[in-house]
Ligand binder design. Sequence first.
Ligand code: HZT
Ligand code: MN
Ligand code: MN
Length: 446
Amino acid sequence: MAPVAVPSVEELSISEPKKEKKVEDVEVDDEDNDDDDEVDGEDGPSNGDAKKKKKKKKSKKKKSAPATQSEPPRVGLSKIFKNGVYPVGEEVEYPDDNAYRTSSAEMREKERLAQEDPSTMYSNIRRAGEVHRQVRAYARKTIKPGMTMTEIANLIEDGTRALVEENGFDSGIGFPTGLSVNEIAAHYTPNPGDKQVLQKKDVMKVDFGVHVNGRIVDSAFTMNFEPTWDRLLDAVKDATNAGIREAGIDVRLCDVGEAVQEVMESYEVEVDGKTYPVKSISNLNGHSITPYTIHGGIGDKPGKSVPIVKQHGADKDTQRMEEGEYFAIETFGSTGRGRVIEEGACSHYALAGSAPEKYTGHHQSAKSLLASVKRNFGTLPFCRRYLDHAGEKNYLLALNTLVKEGFVMDYPPLVDPQPGAMTAQFEHTILLRPTCKEVVSRGDDY
Ligand code: HZT
Ligand code: MN
Ligand code: MN
């Protein structure tokens, strides 16, 4: 297969980036540059002899860095963005920008600046965002009914590991690859030995995460292979974009929920002559994200939830988005009940934020598994396949013990229990910069 062109910054950034340096040319015309010129990764398909000669000749002449991604994607982004500048996401102006962007906001930003240089933070999250776009571009054109869920998960995870140049806690997978189908809205990934095959009639939520120095990009899309559910996907994509539009500094979280629901529930889906209203799944929501923490909590302090239905009472009325925070804006639509329950075999887990520092239980196998979880994943969510990948064996009893004892949280599949219910999801990660909101995971696909 031929290498594909990497989308230009212009293509990826909907609004023209103003202050940020742009990637004008990733080619390095340096005769002394002896870097590996191979575009195809180790696992990539081998080229014919003629093709190889042609490429060799070309690279000898130019001695340029690879500017293109391979298929399957295996070229680490540092080989493509040689100067370390990654594409800026979609930059969206705040609605009433100058009205309440006060000097005190600048002070808060200065304060935050002392903790982490924003340019470093933006660079990390943009690199993760670019990995997400490139991996999903390959996923979207390659995933087909007939593939096993395990093959699909490996396709996405192998691509992510290569492009993000996985390296301990510095960069890697952000959380298990969600591949939930049909009535399952979220948190299904195949467990080891899973033989499930993707069907043509399936509606699959592909939800994966990439992190660079703990900055997680959390983004998801839905795939269908028959036109039946096109309108459901339209509804949810439109609703997610409404949530992104509504989001901003000092915006009440409840107002985001209301905006999402209004758009979501303006849609209907007709299936076999029967009309179904699309409902926002009322007990699912978006969330803040903090370093290495997908749900935005710090210690026992919970993160912020971004509702997708109108909320009344509680603190949803008073809680607001704040400058410098970043959020996963995700919405879920359903043709069923519009609420999910936890059901089915669990695949997703994470170290409990509230767990005591030291293992206080009485099971030796649980104690050693907990040490492995901390060493391999820290606070990042993991799945059983990742425990296998880390070399763990026969861990199931110990894992269940850690869940029972409260050291590890389980995140079972989330299912709309109404018979025949169909669900869809779209999700983006947004950054509330002082001057604009940046949709770091935006691409030309969604
Ligand atoms: C939990 C476990 C994981 C966070 C949302 C989500 C996938 O539903 C506060 C609000 C991965 C992610 C999460 F393994 N969840 N986004 N993408 N799942 S959540 C949540 O548990 S916590 C929503
Ligand atoms: Mn997600
Ligand atoms: Mn999320």
